[in-house]
Design a protein around this ligand. Structure first.
Ligand SMILES: Nc1ncnc2c1ncn2[C@@H]1O[C@H](COP(=O)(O)OP(=O)(O)OP(=O)(O)O)[C@@H](O)[C@H]1O
Length: 611
């Protein structure tokens, strides 16, 4: 049982959302904020360039004050004013870009989360129930947050990292072109080393490294997931072995990779390190000064600005890493938004009654395998139809089409003579309820869980449904009775969770009930509760039940035997048994045990068990 916070999907599809089926993609969501992005990037670039002004001012002051001859006070004042103005502009634009960037970021994240929430409300319920809760929570939470640097920081920082050195370079060229070229030696050396990291051998080592990393990850997951089984069957040594060999192999691959890249990487680091840059500038400057080609004061700007020239190379590493992570997160968001929602009818038609009909229904899960292959079936109001058949025959798939977890690929499911695709989500919701094996309860009170479909139900009605589902006494034993919060005050067994889900369906009191008689949580009490639910659904209700127990089959009005996606037999249970066909063959192994029970003769219980 899971007690997740995700929208519970115990009854029909989610209510329709207002906007059309195909909503805007990520790019369209970002488009209205394009001017905001442009402003953030522009302000960051302006701030970064203005930030150079104080440095340039110091360099100019140095040149002015250290050069021979009288000091030009006017020039000094202008330089000081320009430096101060630059500092001010930098502060202002950095604050403005941070402010706008973060507001923009908040808006984009909110828009993305709203869009995801609206979309998740419309995707097929079947798609949702196949996803792990953590997987979707990660997309809506972490992945949307991962977009933050992409919006608020990285583009501006990357642009600045290139623009600032360019501006510095122009200034340095104006001071002395020869020393500028010398100052560029460290960056040129680092860039010249890059191809050495891209040789076929290095690429192969990088691929091996990635593959070895993947093997470690998968062997860890396997080991952790299987740990309980491994312990029980005392095969821990064997399970360890795969992980150990993956780890050993990783160490070997990693050492090879490190040996290959370390010399080049160290060379690059050395070339870009401040001591090396200063050494080059000072050596070059000293040679030029000694030869009389450079005024000593002109060395100052090179010492101040030379270090900043290496910034783009470092920014390439960090900024692109962030951008790539944000890109991957956006990709996952885009994948979720790309899931085709169930189309809502433009003009919903109200069903006329609650006769259910499947007409020529074909369905597959999109992997090329057809699970249902031409199902024609009518479920009359006031009847119970038992669905039986070998495992994997398509029973669960078929019953999930009734609450429109999925739409058929071909053919149609009709309710009250109307194709489900023509019925509004809310109407369908009011007409079809279900109890499946994968019960999901919300982290809410037991009473709220039962009254999920009928939020205004009175306590008496909730208690009546709980009694009928044989869970009332157990609820009273919980710390806070009906107010106990599932997952906080209490946990429930699989059978208990299923009985809560049953109470929920009984309270909803829909004219169509779809039920999977669970084998997974089979305990006498749950079994009894299911039988009572079926008994209570007498009268005019249309009931389809995946039957695992003889009593259920025997008491049904009709049995449908499903094998390999086709109906192979359909009729009254006793007739089918008497006919000795596929159903009789399939059911024979169940008979001896059941036949021994009192009240059961020839494998069938006497009398009408629940009608
Ligand atoms: N969510 C899914 N995605 C892809 N394939 C699925 C999914 N659910 C079921 N299948 C496949 O559809 C086929 C029919 O499965 P289904 O669960 O409908 O059969 P079943 O008769 O209910 O079996 P069982 O009695 O064991 O529950 C199987 O081959 C199964 O692997």
């Amino acid at each position: 049982m899971s007690t997740t916070g995700l929208a519970e999907v115990t009854r029909g599809p989610a209510p329709p959302a207002a906007d059309p089926a195909a909503g805007p993609g990520v790019a369209a969501l970002l488009r209205p904020h394009a001017w905001g992005f442009a402003a953030v990037v522009a302000l960051q670039v302006i701030g970064a360039i203005a930030g150079l002004a104080p440095l340039l001012a110091v360099a100019e002051l140095g040149r002015e004050l250290l050069s021979p001859g009288p000091v030009d006070h006017g020039h000094v004042r202008i330089v000081l004013a320009a430096g101060a103005a630059g500092l001010f502009v930098r502060l202002l634009s950095t604050a403005a870009s941070a402010g706008i960037g973060h507001v923009l970021d908040g808006r984009v994240q909110l828009a993305l989360r709203r869009r995801l929430a609206a979309h998740l409300g419309r995707v097929p319920v079947g798609w949702l129930s196949r996803r792990r809760t953590g997987e979707l929570a990660k997309v809506v939470g972490e992945d949307v947050s991962a977009v933050h640097p992409f919006i608020a920081h990285t583009p501006g920082e990357l642009v600045s990292a290139f623009v600032v050195p360019l501006v510095s370079l122009v200034y340095l060229l104006a001071v002395d072109w020869r020393l500028t070229l010398i100052t560029l030696i460290p960056v040129a050396t680092a860039v010249a080393l890059v191809p050495l990291l891209m040789t076929p051998t290095r690429r192969r080592e990088q691929d091996d490294f990635d593959a070895a990393m993947g093997r470690i990850a998968s062997s860890v997951v396997e080991f952790v997931q299987g740990i309980a089984v491994v312990k029980v069957f005392s095969g821990s040594a064997r399970a360890h072995r795969r992980f150990l060999s993956a780890a050993d192999e990783f160490v070997e691959v990693f050492s090879r990779w490190v040996r290959g890249v370390s010399a080049v990487a160290a060379g690059m680091q050395l070339a870009l390190s401040p001591p090396f840059v200063l050494l080059v500038v000072l050596t070059g400057g000293a040679v030029l000064i000694a030869s009389g080609g450079l005024v000593p004061a002109d060395l100052l700007p090179f010492l101040l600005l030379g270090l900043g020239l290496t910034a783009p190379v470092a920014a390439l590493g960090h900024g692109f890493d962030d951008m790539q992570a944000a890109g991957r997160a956006l990709g996952r968001i885009r994948d979720v938004l790309a899931v085709r929602p169930l189309a809502e009818p433009a003009r919903p038609v109200a069903p006329r009654g609650h006769r259910v009909e499947l007409r020529g229904v074909h369905f597959g899960y999109g992997d090329g395998h057809q699970v249902l292959r031409g199902i024609d079936l009518v479920l009359e109001p006031g009847t119970v139809t038992a669905l039986v058949g070998p495992s994997g025959g398509g029973k669960s798939t078929l019953v999930r089409l009734l609450p429109r977890f999925f739409d058929p690929d071909r053919g149609a499911v009709l309710l009250g003579g109307v194709d489900l695709r023509e019925i509004g989500g809310r109407d369908l919701h009011r007409m079809v309820s279900f109890v499946f094996q994968d019960v999901r309860l919300l982290r809410a009170s037991v009473a709220d869980n039962i009254a999920l479909a009928v939020p205004h139900a009175g306590r008496d009605d909730v208690v009546r449904a709980a009694r009928l589902a044989d869970i009332h006494d157990r609820i009273l034993e919980l710390p806070r009775g009906y107010e106990s919060v599932i997952g906080e005050d209490t946990g429930l067994s699989g059978g208990e969770a299923q009985r809560i889900s049953l109470a929920r369906a009984l309270l909803a009191d829909t004219p169509v009930l779809v039920l999977d008689e669970a084998t997974a949580f089979a305990d006498p009490q749950t079994e009894q509760a299911v039988r009572r639910a079926l008994a209570a659904s007498g009268g005019d209700r249309t009931v389809l039940v995946i039957a695992h127990r003889l009593e259920t089959v025997a008491a049904a009005d009709a049995v449908v035997m499903l094998d390999d996606g086709r109906i192979v037999e359909h009729g009254r249970p006793a007739e089918l048994l008497a006919r000795g066909g596929r159903f009789a063959d399939f059911w024979r192994p169940h008979r001896p045990a059941a036949a021994d029970r009192p009240g059961i003769h020839d494998g069938l219980p006497r009398g009408d068990e629940y009608r």
